[in-house]
Write a protein that binds this ligand. Structure first.
Ligand SMILES: [Zn+2]
Length: 384
């Protein structure tokens, strides 16, 4: 069981200022640097851009490990980075240098790194690690330079190694952000490959931790519009073609995977069904769509949630996604409201039920949105 505030926090993702849900307050996901906020006005003073929040907010300053890409959001537009790419910022701030200055002033052992080789050689006594591995978003796994670009699994391993030095416990957030990027382009091959990479990162976290004392939760923040259709033969490549069965006849060959919308090929051209058998299907192939748009949209399906470790039984069934962080806070004894520690439970998730009072709270948490008699516990959700 974790017994400390989440201040020993770490974040690993592929695009730091796009995947900001852990640390920033913003009215828009396109708030990444000051150059993205148009027109620049006093809104920036009221709500700084996401990159600036990461470096200067209290929460961001307490992150011991920050790894990802999108270096240009941290550099002035006149500054060239280590790989020859330009920055984006208009305010002339070099947030990477500012991060180093803050850590030097606070006398914290720190390292800024920008490639895989440096990640592999991070000193054991480094307490604060900041890695930006690409000027723009991270490369897809299949396009990666194996010498220069770390995998999500390698970043996860490096983060957990640092975390495990902490006696107080820790919170680690890992996002497989390139799955989403690939789906938006209808590149199902890359999306599935990135999903496999995400799976490797999860496996590494499972291998490096003990389910007696570490809670691991795996979920998604939304689905995409990709579907698996048709009746492919046994042993078919899921990225390949298949017959579809229509009105008791096998007709036209189409890819097994298709999307509701996006930049891929529409099924009909001038009233005739498009012949997909002529297409070269590789990892950059854009899978077919019902309705052509410049970018594929997110989907509205329910997503899965898996958990293992203490209090894992809280994460199941049908739940609102905004309950998840509150359940994590409850399980990890974070915050000044009701928590697993304050309720006096000492062991759960291993077949031992919490005491009756705790159980009542848990039941309430799981049914919060529909059960009125749990009103007295609503502050657990809204004020934690
Ligand atoms: Zn998206």
């Amino acid at each position: 069981m974790l017994d400390a505030p989440a201040y020993n926090s770490q974040m690993v993702t592929e695009w730091l200022t796009q995947k900001f849900g852990l640390y920033s307050h913003t009215a828009s996901k396109y708030w990444e640097s000051d150059a993205d906020i148009k027109p620049p006005n006093k809104t920036l003073q009221q709500c700084p851009d996401i990159a600036k929040q990461l470096i200067h907010s209290e929460l961001g300053q307490n992150f011991h490990v920050i790894m990802g890409c999108g270096r240009n959001k941290f550099l002035p537009k006149t500054t060239t980075d280590e790989e020859g790419g330009l920055g984006h910022r208009l305010d002339n701030k070099n947030l990477i240098e500012e991060w180093k200055e803050i850590k030097e002033k606070d006398q914290k052992k720190h390292e800024y790194i920008w490639n895989r080789k440096q990640l592999m050689e991070v000193k054991n006594d480094t307490d604060y690690l900041f890695g930006l591995f690409d000027n723009d978003m991270c490369k897809y796994n299949v396009d990666r330079d194996p010498e220069m670009d770390p995998t999500l699994e390698e970043m996860t391993e490096a983060a957990i190694k640092r975390l495990q030095k902490s006696e107080k416990g820790y919170f680690l957030f890992v996002e497989g952000g390139m799955i989403d990027q690939a789906h938006h382009d209808n590149k199902a091959g890359k999306a599935l490959d990135e999903t496999a990479e995400f799976s490797k990162a999860i496996r590494k976290a499972v291998e490096m931790t003990n389910e007696q004392d570490t809670l691991i939760v795996v979920t998604a923040d939304h689905s995409h519009t990709m579907v698996i259709g048709s009746y492919p033969k046994r042993g078919s490549d899921v990225l390949g073609l298949s017959n579809i069965y229509d009105l008791f006849k096998f007709k036209e060959i189409i890819p097994i995977l298709t999307y509701a919308n996006g930049p891929g090929q529409e099924h009909t051209v001038n009233g005739s069904i498009y012949d997909y058998s002529k297409d070269n299907i590789d990892m950059n192939y854009k899978y077919p769509v019902t309705y052509k748009t410049t970018q594929e949209t997110h989907g509205g399906d329910d997503v899965l949630i898996y958990a293992r470790g203490p209090w894992a039984h809280l994460f199941g069934g049908v739940m609102e996604q905004n309950a998840i962080p509150h359940l994590m806070a409850y399980a990890s004894c974070v915050g000044d409201k009701s928590t697993a520690c304050k309720d006096g439970a000492t062991s759960t998730g291993n077949g031992v039920l919490p005491n009756p009072k705790t159980f009542e709270v848990i039941t309430c948490l799981q049914l919060l949105l529909t059960v009125i008699y749990c009103k007295q516990y609503i502050n657990i959700f809204y004020e934690l």
